[in-house]
Design a protein around this ligand. Structure first.
Ligand code: NAD
Length: 501
């Protein structure tokens, strides 16, 4: 299939007008409407425009898609191919993603509101790299032979698990899907992907691009739909072997319940965060810390699980730091996501906009000082926008410090001693990421070790790569996406004993 868009961009507004969007599910290599005939509207948060009807997948559609995944797995059309053969197909898939980069980026921006420049440079690029990286990896990982006695041979092998249900959120729709698809498909599994109802469009195109690359029919199906319908049916399904879930801690809890109520399928949860950014006054380049925290917090409209939303600053530099951060925040005023220069785009939908504004109100009511922002923006567009917002004088008991907001709202908290900083930073039910800023080598290492988070950054927050694991401590989840460790989630470990006479 060819990309359905005639570009050259970058006139993204006209490109958007000529885009033809197909919201039907992809099952067994075919586009299919929901069996009930129902659909829901995909509405753009950029200006409230209606993008396309999307199939409202329910239990019957999930049954059909899982049956197709199961058949594909059982007859070995993918799982039995040599790793080098799977590599070839997945590398073509990655190339197809890059070839369709303008179309995919436009769909992502229209669907969930992020700036087109980042859909292109971050989302499409990282999605293709992720698929290619696992493709390249899969024919380079070896199994093991145990050091047993001479009368036996014990092989320890990784085998594909079977049918993987992937349920993903709306903040990085393609990347989150790729973090599941890359390792799961490379290992030989079939995948049934349920994208968020708020951002289903790119997932559907990814399935077509995979088919074009030669992925056999049924190995990768996509059924869009609501969480309580399609998502629940998938997570309860008796023929699904594992769920790779990324989303809120609230729904992650349900995933564990669904597994308990059904077939004890494996559940890998990648959940929310409230990441701490700890700045000591012995760090000389305060401006760099302020620029970094603003960039990381306001990137993707603050809709990042690892956004450094709790900023702990040592008291003697806190006033200066807040001035620097608010000056930086001004650079992230929301703009039209389809303009190539826009840094911050639209919040995903009206519901999330209301949630974010509700938290801003809660911060005010609980006594935090608004240092900048605090209001809706660009309301005349009919879209969903919020000013970059910084609260000073926040305490750890306030809701804005405890709960994940998932919008462009930063809380600044002050501390005096190292012990206090560590205690405050760790006093959270989340543990996704953290960062420590200090020019004292001993302190930097000491605090990095004491922070309870899956990733700790020292004197930076920007580094990221497919080669390192991503995931959280505590209620930020279990399991890890990315890196070779992700293969653990989608493979079973088998021991085979062979007698040697
Ligand atoms: P969400 O939990 O509301 O939804 C996530 C997915 O689950 C969606 O596809 C949704 O349709 C589905 N779902 C919702 N209710 C369901 C149910 N009852 N049964 C089955 N499926 C259901 O999360 P969201 O609002 O889409 O995404 C934001 C959350 O994702 C934030 O908490 C964010 O921190 C988290 N997130 C985490 C990571 C990570 O790697 N740890 C990455 C990105 C986002």
């Amino acid at each position: 299939m060819q990309s359905k868009l005639n570009l050259p961009a970058p006139d993204w507004h006209s490109a958007a007008k000529s885009l033809r969007i197909d919201g039907r599910a992809v099952i067994a290599g075919q586009r299919r409407a929901a069996q009930s005939g129902q659909s829901f509207d995909s509405v753009s948060p950029i200006d409230g425009r209606n993008l396309a009807p999307v199939a409202r997948g329910q239990a019957a559609d999930i049954d059909a898609a899982v049956a197709s995944c199961r058949q594909a797995f059982d007859d070995g059309r993918w799982a039995h191919q040599a790793p080098a053969a799977r590599k070839k197909v997945l590398l073509r898939f990655a190339q197809n993603i890059l070839a369709a980069r303008d179309e995919l980026a436009l769909l992502e921006t229209l669907d969930m509101g992020k700036p087109i420049r980042y859909s292109l440079s971050v989302d499409v690029a990282a999605t293709a790299r992720c698929i290619a990286w696992y493709a390249e990896a899969v024919d380079k990982v070896y199994d093991e032979i145990a050091p047993t006695s001479r009368s036996a041979l014990a092989l320890i092998q990784r085998e594909p698990m079977g049918v993987i249900g992937a349920i993903v959120p709306w903040n990085y729709p393609m990347i989150m899907a790729a973090w599941k698809l890359g390792p799961a498909l490379a290992a030989g599994n079939s995948v049934m992907l349920k994208p968020s109802e708020k951002s289903p469009l790119t997932a559907l195109r990814l399935a077509e691009l995979a088919l074009d690359a030669g992925l056999p029919e049924g190995v990768f199906n996509v059924v869009p739909g609501y969480g309580h319908e399609a998502g629940e049916a998938l997570a309860l399904h008796l023929d699904v072997d594992a769920i790779g879930f990324t989303g809120s801690t609230r729904v992650g809890r349900k995933m564990l319940e669904y597994a308990g109520r059904s077939n004890l399928k494996r559940v890998y949860n990648e959940l929310g965060g409230k990441s701490a950014f700890v700045v000591f006054s012995d760090f000389a380049d305060v401006k760099r810390a302020a620029v970094t925290v603003a960039g990381s917090m306001f990137f993707n409209q603050g809709e990042s699980c690892n956004a450094p939303s709790r900023v702990f600053v040592q008291r003697d530099i806190a006033d200066d730091f807040v001035k620097l951060v608010t000056a930086e925040a001004a650079k992230y005023e929301p703009g039209d996501p389809l303009n190539a220069g826009t840094e911050m785009g639209a919040i995903v939908d009206q519901t999330q906009l209301t949630t974010v504004l509700g938290y801003i109100e809660a911060g005010r009511v609980e006594g935090a000082r608004l240092a900048c922002g605090g209001a809706q923006a660009r309301a005349d567009t009919g879209g969903c926008y919020v000013q970059p917002t910084v609260f000073d004088g926040v305490t750890n008991t306030m809701r804005i410090a405890r709960e994940e907001i998932f919008g462009p709202v930063m809380s600044v908290l002050r501390f005096d001693t190292e012990d206090e900083a560590v205690a405050l930073a760790n006093a959270s039910s989340y543990g996704l990421q953290a960062s420590v800023w200090s020019d004292n080598l001993n302190r930097a290492h000491r605090v990095a070790r004491r922070l309870r988070a899956g990733t700790v950054h020292v004197n930076q927050y920007d580094e990221d790569d497919i080669t390192v694991p991503f995931g959280g401590y505590k209620q930020s989840g279990n399991g890890r996406d990315k890196s070779l460790h992700a293969f653990d989630k989608y493979t079973e470990l088998k021991t085979t004993w062979i007698r040697i006479d």
